[in-house]
Design a protein around this ligand. Structure first.
Ligand code: GLU
Length: 290
């Protein structure tokens, strides 16, 4: 299978150094493997995604010297595929509607349970399961509703002892390393994650899995902040009969104090460096690429 990877920016702001590193690394790896490099615009958050940011990001990527081998895929064009997968999961009784507000979840999660601290997962507080037993799961799939994956039922449906993927990044690993997650760990540290939102029939986890499969991605190259989300993606791949790519989670670009650039208020945009006369080679040097 031909090495195929992608860069998947969310057009909710300018491309900064951290994104540029991710894009350049994925592009370099694809070109070194004589493989395919693709783009995907992750614009499902309609409250924050803007066409102007998308244009700016594509312009910055071109300026950096990147080329992509097919027109970019836009998640906002992929609703039918997301709905199809939700219908499949609904028909199997694996997702259920949830009416909890953030406040309800925080209150239920912090209610004293054998003295345990509320668990924090990749999406924030692990859902305490309030609607799991009570929500109806038959009839038509509700529209414009929050739908959660019943993680316990999902893992039982997969019928496996663990979730596995191959990691080639992280801590400068030189050998591909197998990563496993067990069913009890997934239930307690991830829980019933959201697969469909009230305003959009999908969620980051569902879309990314379906899109990686549709774009025939063999290698996912992305920041290590998404490492903990990967077992969720493998669960969904197994449920939906999709292949699991190889994952390469790279270190994040940090400032001198160790703070993540993306989280810093003054994260420097590539557009700012360009305006100040930096060259693409300067940017490569700044992120540690030659
Ligand atoms: N859209 C995500 C981001 O900008 C990246 C998702 C991914 O690479 O899986 O952080």
């Amino acid at each position: 299978m031909i090495f195929t990877t992608r860069f998947a920016p969310s057009p909710t702001g300018p491309l900064h150094l951290g994104h540029a590193y991710s894009a350049l690394l994925a592009h370099d790896m694809a070109r070194a493997a004589k493989g395919v490099f693709l783009l995907r615009i992750e614009d499902i958050d309609s409250t924050r995604a803007r066409p102007v940011w998308e244009r700016q990001i594509l312009d910055d990527l071109t300026w950096l010297g990147l080329t992509w081998d097919a027109p970019p895929v836009r998640q906002s064009d992929r609703l039918p595929a997301y709905l199809d997968a939700l219908q499949t999961l609904w028909a199997r009784g694996l997702i259920y509607p949830c009416t909890c507000t953030r406040r309800d979840i925080a209150a239920a999660a912090s209610a004293p349970q054998e003295g345990a601290e509320p668990a924090l997962g990749p999406d924030g507080l692990v859902y305490p399961g309030t609607c799991r037993q009570t929500a109806g799961r038959t009839g038509r799939m509700p529209e414009q509703a929050v739908l959660r994956l019943d993680m316990h039922a999902a893992l039982a449906a997969i019928g496996d002892t663990g979730i596995r993927f191959t990691e080639t990044g992280r801590s400068g690993a030189t050998q591909p390393a197998p990563v496993t997650a067990t069913a009890p760990a997934l239930e307690s540290t991830v829980g019933d994650i959201v697969l469909s939102r009230r305003d959009f029939p999908g969620s980051y986890h569902l879309s990314v899995v379906l899109d990686d499969a549709a774009q025939q991605i063999t290698h996912v190259i992305r920041g290590e902040d998404l490492f903990d989300a990967t077992p969720i993606h493998v669960v969904l791949q197994r449920l939906l009969g999709l292949p699991t790519p190889v994952y390469h989670h790279h270190a994040l670009i940090r400032d001198d104090t160790g703070k993540r650039l993306a989280k810093r208020d003054d994260a420097r945009a590539i557009a700012t460096y360009r305006a100040e006369g930096a060259t693409p080679q300067d940017i490569r040097r700044m992120v540690g690429l030659t």
